[in-house]
Each structure stands twice: as C-alpha cells, then as structure tokens.
Design a protein around this ligand. Sequence first.
Ligand code: 3H9
Length: 726
Amino acid sequence: MAMAKNEAGSKASYLSWDIIDGVAVVTLDGPGPVNTLSDGLNADIERLTAQVDGDAKIRSVVLISGKKDSFIAGADIEMLQKVKTAAEGAAMSRAGKELLARLERSPKPWVAAIHGACLGGGLEVALACQYRIATDEKPTQIGLPEVQLGLLPGAGGTQRLPRLIGIQAALDIILAGKQVSGKKAYKLGMVDELVPRAILREVALGRARELADGKLRPDRTAKKKKEKLSPEKLARLALEENPVGRALLFREAKKKLVAKTHGHYPAPERALEAVRVGYEKGLAQGHEAESVGFGELCVSPQSARLIEIFFASNALKKENGVDDKSVKPREVKKLGMLGGGLMGGGIAYVSIQAGYPVRLKDKDAAGVGRGFAYVKGILDERVSRKRSSRLEVDQTFARLTGTSDYSGLANVDLFIEAVFEELSVKQKVLREVEAFCKPEAIFASNTSSLPIGKIAAASKRPENVVGMHYFSPVHKMPLLEVIRHVKTSDETVATAVAVGKKQGKTVIVVRDGVGFYTSRILAPYIGEAGFMLSEGAAIDDVDRALVDFGFPVGPLQLLDEVGIDIASHVAKIMAEAFGARMAPPDGFGLLAKDGRMGRKNKKGFYTYGEGKKKVDETVYDAVGGRKRKPIDPRETAERLALQMANEAVHCLGEEILRSPRDGDVGAIFGLGFPPFRGGPFRWLESLGLPQAVRRLEELQQKHGPRFAPAPLLLDRAKAGRKFYEG
Ligand code: 3H9
C-alpha cells in the first residue's frame, strides 16, 4: 500500500499526528512510561477532535500508541488519588464521557489500533471508536481492571461493553476486573480484527479509509454475533434479549457477587448496578449511575487501600532488595532444585516458566519422577485451559532435567532446597552441595520457619546463603519472602530478589529470625483460633467470622490446607523461640498426634468424604467436649486479626521488616489478609493506633499477656505518630 506523504502535522505534548491520504494518524506518546488518561492527554484529545471536525481534509482518524507496550493503561491513577469529593469524581467521569461521545458521534470514523496495555479508560476510548484492531502479541492486554482498584469503569465502559459483546460476557470482565489477550478480545467481539504488530499501522490506515469511503461497515448485529457462539452461549444470549431474562441474569449475578465479596467490595456491586440501570432505565440513566458510582468509589477507603497496594507492589518491582541501590544481582544461568515434592516441583515449574534451565535432584528416581509429574500436570493444565500451546509447554518442559545423585549440578549458579523441614537435614544438603559447587554459587533454603543463620552455620561461605520462602501452591501464590541472615551478602540478596521477580513473584526482603515475617504473624493468629476452640467456639463459626472479615478462608480451614502436622511442627519451633506469647492452647497440640493432618489425609477440622465438607465433631473431644457456645463474629475476627497485626508490629520494631509497606504487601499476598483493609499496618492505622492499643489492653485483661501491645505500637500511639509517615 503506497502512502501519500505527510500533508500536515502537529505536535502537542501528549500526542502528535500526521495526515496521510485524508486519515489523521494520531500517535499517543505522553510523558512517562505508559500512556494514561490525564488532564494533559484529555485536553490534547479535545483539541484534536475540534481539529478533526473542522478540517475538511481529514476524513477519518487512527489512534495508535508511540509507546513500546502500552496503548493507554487507563486513567492516571495518581490523578484519581487526588480526587477529594464524590462530586469531583463524578464530574471527572462526566467530562471524560462527553469527550468520548464526540469521537463516537463524529461523522469521521475513528479507528483504535491497539498494541500493549489497553486497560480501563484506555479500553473505554477504544470502545468509543467506530473500529478496533488489536495485535495478537503477548503485551496486548485488553480489559477493565478498575474494580481491582476499588473503582468502576467511569468513562462509559459499563454501558458500551455489554452492548458490544453481551451482558454476561461483559459482566465477566467488569466484575472481576479481567484483562484478556488480543486473541480472546477478538473472539469475544471486543475488537474487530486481529493482526501482527508489524502491520498494525498499515491495516488501521486502510480500514480508516474504507470506513470513510463507506466500503467497510462492521457487522455487529445479533445475527452476526450468534454465528460464532456455542449452543450454551446462544442460550445465554437469548436470556439477555428479553427483560424477564435480563432481570433474572442481574439477580443471579448480584447473588454470586455478594457471596464472593461478603459486601466488602462496593466497586463490583456499583458496576453491576450501572449496567442494570442502563438496560432497565435507558442509556442516559445508565451513564449517570456509572458517573455517580465512580465519584463515590473514588473517595472510598477501599479504593484508597487498593490503590496503595498497586503502587506498593509496583515500587517493589523496581527495588533490588538491599539498601545500596547500586548493588547488581549475579547472573543466574542455571538453577538446581533440591527436592521434588510439592514445593520443589512448584519452584521448578515457576523457574522453567521464567526461562531458567533447572536440574531437579531428589533422593531416588521415584522422587524425581514425582517432581516431573507435578510440573507436567501444571503445564498440561495450561494447555487444557488454552493458556499455552502444546509446543510452548513442550519447550518449557524441555528446560527441566533430573538426577538422583549430584551429577550435572556443578555449573549451577543458584541452588534452591526444598527438602524436609529439619535443621540437620537442610545442613546436610548444604554441606553436600558445597563439596562440589562453584565457589560463587548461591544456596537458598525454602523453609517456612527455620532460621537461615542456623542453616548457614554449616556453610563454608555463609555470605552465599539466603532464604527463599515460597508459598503453596507455588505457581498460584504471588509472594516470595527472601530472608537475609547477618552474613548474607547484598549481592546474594539482590540475586534472590531478581530471580524471584523473573519467576513472576512479588518479593519482600526480611531479616532472619524464627518464622521470619509471614510464618511469625500467622502463628499467633492461628493459635488464637485454637484458644477460641478451647473456650467452646465451634470450628465453622470461627472460620466464618474470619471469612466475613475478608480472609479468603478461615484459620482452621487454612490449617487443614497447610497440613496440621506441618503447622504443629512450626508451632513448636515458634513456642520455643517466643515463649508464652506463642504457646498453643491446651489440647490443640494433641490434634496432630492421632494422625490428623488435614485435607491431605482427609482428616482435619473438617471431613473430606463424598458430598459437602463437614465439621469433624471428634476434634471437640480434644478441646473441651462437643457442646459448643455461640460467638460474636466481629469480636472474634478482631481478636484474631489483632494478634496478627500486633505481631507484625513486633516484626517492624525488631527490624525483621524493612518497612510497613513490605509488611502489608507480605500479609496480603502471602496470607490473604483482606486487601481492602490495606494490610495489618494500614488496618491498625484505620482503627487509630491509640484505639488499637486500647483494644489490645482490654483483650490482655481478659485473655492474658499474649495480647500485650507491641512496644513500637505503644510508642507510636503515645507520640501520636503513624507507621506510614510523610
Ligand atoms: C481507570 O481507567 C478509570 C476509568 O475507567 C475512568 C476515568 C474517568 N496510572 O506496572 P509497571 C505506571 S482506572 C498511573 O511497572 P508493567 C506505573 O505506576 C485505571 N500510572 O509496568 C509505573 O510507574 P513508575 C485502570 C500508571 O509493564 C509505570 O507506569 N488501569 C498507570 O509491568 C510502569 O508500570 C489500570 O488499572 C496508570 N493507569 O505493567 C492499569 N499504569 O515506573 C494499571 C501504569 O513510575 N496498570 N502506571 O513506577 C497496570 O496494570 C500496569 O502498570 C501495566 C504495565 C499492565 C499497564
């Protein structure tokens, strides 16, 4: 396709354009690493629309990004953080919509040429265009993630998306804050065409011309949509086409939502409401419900907390994990995985997925085989869920080799051990590795509680020894806790952090100590659940109270998942280290003794036979008998959460943690602390530190010294200071 030469051009600060053959090709390229909808870009688009409308030479428009991998990543989140009132937020939403309505109604067709992140307000811009083309490449992610920030799509997304792809399909995206690939977006009808990046601009230019000439009329009728749908989806669509069916659909969606959010997350509920109003009362009212909802959510505490977490995890992505920013990680070309159990297999998987060749060692061929089978199982699931092609997973799997002796491990740069949680076993493995490995090789221990310094005591090169505490299941859990003992070198820490980030983890670095950070704050929380049982509470009542507080599962259910045997092993280590503060309640310690291990042997706090999971009443025989007493759920949740948060403050005071931010991220990403509460430190701040001290002291009076407020909490409360300052 021959291109006419640039006829006119302009450069504003956020975009520039060339007019080619009557098409204004607009390149979005604002300051900063990604394009965002900021006051600056909005003003430039406004000027551009006026120019397009008034310039007879322009017949259509292409919007394309000048950034490497982002089209538009949504509204500028920092700008949203500055919104002071709901009215201001709603006005911002209305102004954005007015602008987009001008594109939508323009007689000159607008084409969105999408490569990279096309999220939130970015997708809303694309939805207002008359035609959308996306690349079929990895960086292209299209979606409406607003609810993950405690917001709703405020620039028309709740109205335009359902009308484009159907209500249920749109709700799947809006209510979960989902992002999909270019290919999936095409399948869903969110974009009209899918092309390789190399020809994106050219194809977009061609389509813009065809649209202007009336030669291209995208057919998005229901009939056209139906051609692509499975019988099941057709039935769903039929439901959407009449008011009774729609009412049913909205009712079901609301029920499902509330069951999931327990009413803690107003954003998806407001988004659902806006979609419903748009169908039941018409577009104008739907848009208005969206704007009002957006404004209110902008100033909600839930959104403030979720946005803080977004920025906290972004900041962690850029850090090397040590105070000296100039420290560089060592190059890791090959990884050695010692132990092929659940953890070892999981770590091997995330490592080969990150591109590392991994040699997996276990004590015999059967152990190696188990590790391989575990990795293969996860890869096969990716294929069946259409996340990867067979070719891709075969190539990934080829990076894994195995051995039952130490052959093929001499050139390994980083060893990660995940053998039995026993100091002597870990030290033995360390000594064996050091007998043959390169002097600069790093030895990382995946332990959840054993002090790294004690493991490193067996080492000739303790500066190369570090902890890498992964969470189970490794391929799903987002956190990695890197632990440095007194002699670990900065370079070793930075290397462990860099590897963890490459494995896709959010990484916090903590100082060595029994239980480090996450296991340490989990112990008194779980222990308190045990005390509740000893006082006569029912298992399911305690679990429900914490789920209602916002945890994904209750503490006793969590124990069943982790393994009661493993937890009681860790609890013993904790009680030895911290004394009375972490001593388990009477009877609780006996539970592991009669082979009660949790889900893995179908014998825990619950029974896991056929049918519905049920409380195993025989547990009560060890903790005061089967007659149980009702509890106050709010008080219960507060009591357990305060145990966790108070211990987190101990960790900050003892400099186990480097910052409250790391403590909040660690508790949310590692233990499921409710994200909308912002983590233990933000939660304590939201209670007010003097009030938190008062509550702890009341609980101390009632239940004993384990509730004594941490010294740092007392200091901060007394001084009228917070954890996050400045
Ligand atoms: C919205 O759109 C509301 C509308 O519906 C209504 C309007 C009326 N704002 O993550 P990275 C920064 S709500 C400000 O490291 P990656 C980020 O902080 C918004 N800044 O890169 C970082 O800055 P720095 C809905 C943003 O490649 C840098 O860009 N949109 C924004 O791993 C690089 O980011 C979202 O929720 C933003 N919107 O991932 C999308 N986006 O270098 C949020 C990015 O100074 N963004 N930054 O630390 C993301 O999910 C990822 O950043 C993205 C890139 C996938 C885009």
